[in-house]
Design a protein around this ligand. Sequence first.
Ligand code: AMP
Length: 423
Amino acid sequence: MKILVINCGSSSLKYQVIDTADGSVLAKGLCERIGIDGAFTYQNVRDNGPRDKREAEIKDHKAGINLVLNALTDSQNGVLHSLDEIDAVGHRIVHGGEKFTESVIIDSEVIKGIRDVSDLAPLHNPANLTGILACQALMPHTPMVAVFDTSFHQTMPKKAYMYALPLKYYNKYKVRKYGFHGTSHAFVSRSVAAYLGKKPEELKTIVCHLGNGASVSAVQYGKCIDTSMGLTPLAGLIMGTRCGDIDPAVGNYICNVEHISAEEFNSIMNKESGVYALSNGLSSDFRDLWTAREKGDKYATLALDAWAYRVAKTVGAYAAAMNGVDVIAFTAGVGENDTQSRKLVYDYFGYLGVKIDEEKNAATRGEVATISTPDSKVAVVVYPTNEELAIAQDTEKLVSALNERIEHRTEKKEAQKYENITK
Ligand code: AMP
């Protein structure tokens, strides 16, 4: 199937067309600054075309999707003869609350469900919905699927997801741990199992998704039992500009002494914290931090040490939660590419019986590889994530099942008609 994958932010829209027959990307690009001044990027990846970037007025998401569809069917540089070639659209949705435990075919009930949990992700879900409605307006007969960042984590037991707060906050507002990056944790945990020649049901896996945003998940026999992000993607690890876990009383204290509002402090925790803050404002990019560390910069050194320490402690907690671990997987920008940051983390894993092939680690960037030695008690694997492919695969699975049901019904109707005629 040819699947259009859409990832809408509040003022952006990322897209890819994926052929699920071989997982290849036919085209990809980005609409930026939607509703502001607008920029549009398109690349025909199938024919290795140049990356075409231009300024364009993009007044809303519908206008953005219109641009995308025109580029995809362009007679010069398009990858489709007509929009009929798009078999389905897969939409990334940030928050599915407790309602959506797996990906679903989008209908009016699903749209209502996504709207109902929008309070939990006020910056993301409304933008995701705008993308769905825009696609429906322009491709009314194409089936669409919603794939949620939170759904893979919905198998967590209550003891893992409840906060020790008055129960009314959970009962009234559904305040609890949800977790994010679920599409990535699901894709990497099941792909690593296949790569190792095992079934997910046979393994205890810890996935370290280490990018600008970062989270760790514990996947026991194919099901997520804990993850480090929470009600929002601010919890857990130290990230590029997010602080991760801190004493919950810090907010109140800083707001009082600095005379700032809770909203202002929330923004500081999201945008001005993390390794960026610990490196004294040097950078949130790990490449810059390593360059500075190698020159002896004490702040960059602290930022990287504190970051790795937090990752290692979380991995330790999840090994304890699962009473052991078979596989530790590194993924996302830092996990896939940054050999030195990986080393800072896995140097804590000796107690687990982990042994690393240092040369293999140093040589592994952006590719699938086992970096542990054959006699290591735990396999340590680098596995590049591919959230767009995971969305396309889920979309294909659901739309194929839908088509089968429709065919079955049509066949039954035809048979009924034939029976009636021949009676
Ligand atoms: P992500 O959010 O998954 O795109 O990851 C982004 C982060 O990955 C960047 O901020 C970089 O710090 C890091 N990164 C990406 N490529 C490399 C690389 N080749 N070496 C080191 N770090 C990298």
